[in-house]
Write a protein that binds this ligand. Structure first.
Ligand SMILES: [Zn+2]
Ligand SMILES: [Zn+2]
Length: 453
């Protein structure tokens, strides 16, 4: 007989929401200009799982792995990982693979996919990773998550406005450039030597890194591109390429009465290029689009969605062109006192930077710096070379000890510790090219009563 209590038992399984295979990690800054990049998200997600992005893709994103024809996906795409943040197939495939595994629907906003129809890939994203070391440092200091804003990946963005300094693209320790996503990428760290990439520059020094014209241009770029990134999640329908030709037609007819040749002249470009953009046969690159908008004094979003808001007349256009258009990269002026102060501070920076890295941070040519400050620049170079020699000597010493330990271990296991056998276990086999390392092997073999290998 059924008990009265059992009659009230509900034997139907409660409906539970689907579970994601990977953590449903929330992306940073969606719907703001500071949204993170998809490659940066991939690196953070891998870190949350305590694995490298390379391993995470190889083991969990099988749809990508199956496209790599035997080679690992990241190795196959190593020369073009910036495309993972862009507008094309690679970005779409990674978004779909990650959305499937995390059950998120907002990862496409970490790329430029929303603008795929109006932004040509050429000149859109820089081929190497760029970062603001002061932003990294500030986030670390304030215990905020370290991440890679999508803005830093754009070719047209060259400075951090907050810290008034050029973005860096060369690791201060190993002096190498980094891809957008590498096997061992980790936000804030070099994917090659694993060095922390954050540093602090004093405000006086940091303002040096750009001049007023460049600052003005970058302010315009960041404001307008920032609005594109901010708007992407709320777009009801992605804009099509016809928008560009329609907006250009309106602008050309309002400012130069439909005269394409005149408009091209004002822009400093060929009239056939303007004609192709206007007729929809080609698209202007993002930097050109921003320049057009700056000259017309119209926001990029208004240009795309509301070109009728343009109020400029022919006269104001001509004046604007002369006054504002940055036709070439502005020539940088050297402020002697501040540069000298910066070079002196580089002499006590740890680890010692190269002269190339110092010049890059200052935003000046290293040759002109050497001409103006020969002694300080020589001292910076000499200090770096000395540091590099010390690092190398320490690594050789480490390899010597490692070779001896491995040789003794192998011998203890009854294996002849030959050079080729030891190389398999050595953390840096290339150091076997060093005579000191070879000498340690020979002396250890002699000690063990073995013939030299
Ligand atoms: Zn910054
Ligand atoms: Zn490095």
């Amino acid at each position: 007989m059924t008990s009265p209590i059992a009659e009230h038992w509900d034997l139907i399984y409660p409906a539970s929401p689907p579970r994601s295979r990977l953590y449903s990690l929330q992306p940073i800054g969606v719907g703001t200009p500071w949204v993170e990049s998809l490659t940066g998200y991939m690196a953070r997600l891998a870190e949350a799982h305590c694995v490298s992005p390379g391993d995470l893709i190889a083991n969990e994103l099988k749809s990508l792995a199956s496209k790599s024809h035997g080679k690992s996906y990241l190795h196959q795409t190593s020369s073009s990982t910036e495309s993972l943040n862009s507008t094309g197939r690679m970005a779409l495939e990674l978004v779909q693979a990650l959305e499937y595994q995390t059950l998120r629907l907002d990862l496409r906003y970490l790329t430029l996919l929303s603008w795929a129809d109006i932004l040509p890939p050429k000149g859109l994203l820089r081929r190497i990773r760029a970062w603001c070391p002061s932003c990294y440092n500030e986030w670390q200091h304030n215990q905020k998550p370290i991440y890679e804003p999508l803005l830093w990946a754009l070719e047209t963005v060259s400075i951090c406005l907050k810290h008034r300094q050029q973005l860096r693209s060369c690791c201060p320790k190993c002096q190498r450039q980094l891809p957008a996503l590498a096997w061992h990428s980790k936000p804030g760290y070099c994917s090659r030597c694993y060095q922390w990439l954050g540093t602090t520059l004093t405000p006086e020094v940091a303002t040096l890194t750009t001049n007023p014209d460049e600052l003005k241009w970058q302010r315009w770029v960041l404001e307008n591109v920032g609005k594109l990134l901010e708007t992407a999640p709320s777009l009801l329908k992605a804009p099509t390429r016809e928008r560009i030709s329609r907006s250009l037609s309106v602008c050309i007819s309002r400012t130069v009465e439909g005269n394409i040749a005149e408009f091209a002249r004002q822009l400093g470009t060929h009239k056939s290029a303007v004609w192709q953009w206007k007729s929809g046969k080609a698209l202007p690159q993002l930097s050109m689009l921003l320049k057009i908008c700056q000259i017309l004094e119209i926001d990029l979003l208004n240009f795309l969605f509301n070109p009728e808001s343009l109020t400029n007349t022919r006269d104001s256009l001509a004046i604007l062109v002369k006054r504002d258009f940055p036709s070439q990269k502005p020539k940088q002026q050297l402020d002697t006192d501040q540069v000298q102060e910066f070079l002196q501070s580089a002499l006590i920076e740890e680890p010692p930077p190269t002269m190339k890295a110092v010049a890059q941070t200052l935003g000046h040519n290293s040759r002109s710096l050497r001409r103006r400050f020969p002694e300080l620049c020589s001292a910076i170079s000499a200090r770096y070379l000395n540091y590099r020699d010390q690092v190398r000597a320490a690594k050789v010493q480490e390899s010597c000890q490692e070779v001896r330990q491995i040789a003794l271990k192998l011998y203890g296991e009854g294996i002849d510790p030959t050079r080729s056998y030891i190389s398999r276990y050595l953390s840096k086999p290339a150091y076997f090219r060093e005579p000191a390392v070879v000498a340690v092997l020979e002396s250890t073999r002699q000690e063990l009563g073995l013939k030299n290998s």
